[in-house]
Design a protein around this ligand. Structure first.
Ligand code: ZN
Length: 172
C-alpha cells in the first residue's frame, strides 16, 4: 500500500479473473483490502447465483448419477460369451458356478457372477459393486433395476448366511 512502512506479509488476489496474482500487504492493510474487495462486483444477480451454484460443484460439469452424460448401459444388451466383463468384476457372469458348490448356493453364486469356492470377502466385494450399479438411484428410479437389486440382495443374504450363519432370508 503506497506510504505504508510495514512489511507486506499477507497476500490478497488482485481480481476475480486472476485469483492467483496477489497484492502483498501488512496485516492492517490486508484487512482493509479484504473488507472492501467485492468478488461479485459488476455481475448481475443471476450471474452471481450461477457462480455460487457452480462453486458448490467445484466449477465442474455434472450429470445425473449413473448416466455419465448418456443413457445407462443396458446389461442385457451386451453379448459377452467369454464372460470377460464378469471375470473383471464388471457385470454378472454368464457361466454357471462349479458343480461342487452346495446346491442351495448355485443360484446365488450365478446371480452374483461368482465362482466356487469363494471367500466371504469376495462375496462382499462383488455384492457392493453390483448393489451400486443396480441401485434404483443410479438408474433413474427404474423399476427393473429395483427388481434386480432385490434378487442381488437375496443372493447376497443366502451366501452370507452360508459363511456367518443366520437366516438366508435376512436383509443384508
Ligand atoms: Zn500496510
Amino acid at each position: 500500500m503506497p506510504g505504508c512502512t510495514h512489511e507486506g506479509e499477507y497476500r490478497a488476489p488482485k481480481s476475480r479473473d486472476n485469483l492467483r496474482d496477489y497484492f502483498w500487504f501488512c496485516l492492517d492493510h490486508v484487512r482493509a483490502y479484504n473488507a472492501t474487495w467485492d468478488f461479485y462486483k459488476g455481475m448481475s444477480s443471476s450471474q452471481i447465483e450461477a457462480h455460487m451454484r457452480s462453486d458448490v460443484i467445484w466449477q465442474r460439469p455434472t450429470w445425473p448419477l449413473g448416466r455419465l452424460g448418456r443413457g445407462a448401459v443396458d446389461d442385457e444388451a451386451i453379448v459377452d460369451r467369454l464372460d470377460i466383463l464378469g471375470a473383471a468384476g464388471f457385470r454378472r457372469g454368464t457361466r454357471p458356478p462349479a458343480e461342487s458348490a452346495p446346491s442351495a448356493l448355485r443360484d446365488p453364486l450365478h446371480t452374483l457372477g461368482l465362482p466356487w469356492p469363494v471367500s466371504l470377502d469376495d462375496v462382499k466385494t462383488r455384492y457392493k459393486a453390483l448393489a451400486k450399479v443396480h441401485h434404483p438411484d443410479a438408474n433413474g428410479g427404474d423399476r427393473a433395476a429395483e427388481e434386480r437389486l432385490k434378487t442381488i440382495n437375496l443372493a447376497y443374504a443366502a451366501l452370507r448366511a452360508h459363511f456367518v450363519g443366520g437366516t438366508a432370508m435376512a436383509a443384508p
